[in-house]
Design a protein. Structure first.
Lengths: 173, 114
């Protein structure tokens, strides 16, 4: 089990405390102290599971901005396109499906980048990430795809996650 | 008044996508395709309704506390839903559930079943 590192505790604490402020939405001294105590306890217990790489990565404004750009501009567009496609299939009687599981290579190296990409893929209707493996230093995802139109490998990867991966590469190199 | 109409339209859009997802859950041919259709409910269905409720809370009720809570509900559903779908799909596959009509491409079965 990895050891708890001090910077990881601080950044987990900041995240928990920000969430507490959002949920309570009150700035009375008592509430702040109680929130700080609870956040510190949670951070001490969970920091080592939560943060494996650089602790203050997201406090870098350039990274934060490209992250916001991804989650507010690139991802919603893909999400709406996939949703319209899926809704069309559903209202059309669910006959136009050709499901299959394809294996695609992933370029991202960072753990967080890979997790964010896998979650983005699962969140778009029509694709679900089912399993990840690593072969010779190259990560692969097994993705269940509702309408297989390209053979496994790079082609299917571009069709499923080309835009998403390009956006995420700017956040996590 | 204009804000009220916009928030009603957003909630209606959310309801339409939830309806599409529900039809998909009932009529899709196999487990995994049904799971795909359910994602429709959890993304644009929830997003439409929460955005509509958010506009309503901010401009009609004028309450920041309610607005923040609505936003947090939407955010938490978006963050937790993919993990749930991923584990359900993986668990179903490991438990040996396969579609009746054989899939054209099944790399996971090819690589791990032997």
């Amino acid at each position: 089990m990895p050891k708890t590192k001090f910077p990881a505790v601080i950044s987990t604490f900041l995240l928990c405390f920000a969430f507490w402020l959002l949920l309570t939405w009150s700035f009375a001294l008592q509430e702040l102290i109680a929130g700080a105590a609870v956040s510190l306890a949670v951070a001490l217990f969970s920091a080592r599971f939560f943060i494996h790489e650089k602790a203050f990565w997201f406090f870098n404004p350039a990274k934060l901005f490209s992250g916001l750009f991804y989650w507010l501009c690139i991802f919603p567009v893909e999400l709406i396109k996939a949703n319209l496609d899926m809704a069309g299939r559903c209202f059309g009687g669910c006959k136009k499906v050709n499901p299959g599981i394809v294996k695609v290579p992933v370029e991202l190296k960072s753990e967080y980048g890979q997790a964010a990409l896998a979650n983005s893929i699962t969140l778009t209707p029509g694709t679900i990430t089912m399993e990840t493996t690593e072969e010779d230093g190259q990560t692969y995802y097994y993705i269940h795809w509702i309408d297989v139109t390209a053979p496994s490998g790079k082609e299917a990867g571009d069709a499923i996650k080309g835009t998403l991966e390009k956006g995420l590469r700017r956040v996590w190199q | 008044m204009a804000v009220r109409i916009i928030s009603d339209i957003l909630i209606a859009i959310g309801a339409i996508f939830a309806l599409a997802g529900t039809i998909g859950i009932l009529k899709m041919p196999d487990t995994y395709s049904r799971m795909q259709a359910s994602t429709c409910v959890a993304t644009l269905g929830v997003l439409g309704v929460t955005l509509g409720a958010l506009l309503y809370a901010v401009f009609v009720m004028g309450s920041a506390a309610i607005a923040i809570k609505v936003a947090v509900i939407g955010l938490l559903i978006l963050v937790t839903n993919p993990i749930g779908s991923h584990m359900l799909a993986k668990g179903a596959y490991k438990a040996g559930i396969r579609p009746e009509k054989k899939m054209d491409v099944d790399d996971l079965g090819r690589d791990f079943d032997e």
